[in-house]
Design a protein around this ligand. Structure first.
Ligand code: ADP
Ligand code: K
Length: 442
């Protein structure tokens, strides 16, 4: 364990620590974040009315939409001069969600990732191949500084360029790797193709997250890379990856580092707290964040929670694998995508009708996105009557290319775009166009 004292803190002490930290964070958001002051005022409450985590139910949820309304820094609780780093994740529309960290927050981030990596099997002195994306995403830098804190040798590979990754794995002989589960499958195949058998790789531990996965994928990665794989979970709004991680000897629920993040599971429709073990939406409250403290943040991720002490002796709550989403957010190669982002882009293309179909498949190990669009009647008529066949084919290609470019530029995902005649996208029996066709079998 990276921090045995905290990770095994008896329940009563952990609860007392959480309550004290919660009261502190509520005072701070009331003083410094107009959104939260309004929220308390509207409930007729003052921060001191909430004595501890059991009283949290009296407060409403904070949602992605509130971050969007305050874009970019509206929910920050400290002046910009105290922010030492920004990251971003997908917003529901063209603007991303911006998150910020004080120096203290970055210390917490490194600490919880170090705990996560240690739980995953990493030890000081090991070599760590970090194939999470660097940049505005929290993944790359999050694992990077957590790795440094733990004391591993970090190789900041980032995502992509699979051949180079294979070379680095063969030559540098890392014991630990972090990436998305689907990319781990891709790497396993590339290693096999390069003539490296799973039992010959130096790799021992894989830390996988950023997208949903299953026990079947775990078996596949473990066999393909010759590793033990654990689930790392997190989201930028709360801190990034490292909100929770499984223990490599248990592989039975990811420990949520509860001295920093207080979890609840609530009913996706009523918002009521659910009894332990029932599946619902994970709601998280940050207990120590300075720059962007969030109270009862609605993650949208569906899972279960247990507070039973784990076999490792850790007392923190454990969450199951993510089973789905309460909203229509899609995750494509670890990158979040909201259909509303696509709608906003399409609004700029008058040739294209507003009903579209997003088709997702995983023909091999990685996700593919196809966007099926229909021409408007008017555009279709124009192409058919005013232009030659060749000219209209040219126009269609051009529109597809521009839509693809805009998606790539705003969301960072390469989509295959097809443009169809009006009314010809495949519809269900009732004649309704299914907007999302997700054919990835997880
Ligand atoms: P990250 O880079 O950690 O994926 P984002 O903020 O971009 O952070 O995305 C967070 C979302 O990604 C989560 O709300 C969840 O839907 C998904 N996610 C992250 N980790 C996992 C995981 N281990 N299993 C399933 N989904 C995950
Ligand atoms: K993600």
């Amino acid at each position: 364990m990276f921090n045995p004292e905290i990770e095994t803190l008896p329940h009563a002490k952990l609860r007392a620590l959480q309550n004290e930290r919660l009261r502190n964070v509520l005072e701070r958001v009331y003083e410094n974040v107009p959104f939260y002051r309004r929220m308390f005022d509207e409930q007729g409450l003052k921060p001191h009315h909430i004595k501890g985590v059991d009283d949290l139910e009296e407060l409403p949820f904070t949602r992605k939409q509130h971050l969007r309304e305050g874009y970019p820094f509206g929910l920050f609780a400290v002046p910009q001069s105290e922010i030492v780093r920004l990251h971003a994740s997908s917003g529901t529309t063209g603007k991303p969600t911006i998150v910020g960290y004080t120096r203290h927050d970055l210390g917490v981030f490194a600490e919880v990732v170090a705990r996560s990596m240690a739980a995953a099997g990493a030890r000081p002195g090991m070599i760590f191949h970090n194939a999470y994306g660097y940049g505005l995403f929290t993944g790359g830098l999050g694992l990077h500084y957590g790795g440094e804190r733990l004391g591993v040798t970090v190789v900041p590979v980032s995502g992509g360029m699979t051949e180079r990754q294979v070379t680095l794995i063969r030559d540098l002989k890392p014991q630990v790797i972090a990436c998305t589960p689907s990319y781990a499958q891709t790497l396993a195949e590339a290693l096999t193709e390069a003539g490296v058998a799973p039992e010959e790789t130096s790799l021992k531990y894989a830390i996988l997250g950023a997208e949903p996965w299953t026990e079947a994928i775990r078996r596949d990665v473990e066999a393909g890379l010759g590793v033990k794989a654990t689930n790392i979970y997190g989201l930028s709004e709360i801190i990034g990856p490292g909100v929770s991680n499984e223990d490599v000897h248990e592989q039975d629920g990811a420990y949520i580092w509860e001295d920093h993040f207080y979890p609840e599971i609530v009913h996706p429709e009523t918002g009521e707290r659910l009894p332990e073990g029932e599946a619902g939406v994970l709601v998280l409250t940050t207990l120590t964040k300075e720059a962007l403290p969030l109270i009862r943040y609605w993650t949208g991720d569906i899972t279960t929670l247990t507070r039973e002490v784990g076999p490792s002796g850790r007392t923190h709550a454990r969450m199951g694998m993510i089973r789905g989403r309460s909203d229509d957010m899609l995750i494509i190669r670890g990158v979040n995508l909201y259909p509303t982002q696509i709608e906003e882009i399409l609004a700029d293309f008058p040739e294209v009708a507003l009903h579209y179909q997003l088709a997702l498949s995983r023909p091999h190990t990685l996700d593919e996105l196809e966007l099926r669009l229909e021409l408007t009647q008017e555009a279709f008529h124009h192409l058919g009557c005013d232009l030659t066949r060749e000219e209209s084919a040219q126009v269609v290609r051009e529109v597809c290319r521009r839509v693809q470019g805009r998606i790539k530029d705003t969301v960072g995902i390469t989509a295959r775009v097809t443009l169809l005649a009006p009314g010809t996208a495949p519809r269900s029996a009732g004649g309704k166009l299914r907007r999302i066709v997700d054919e990835r079998s997880l």
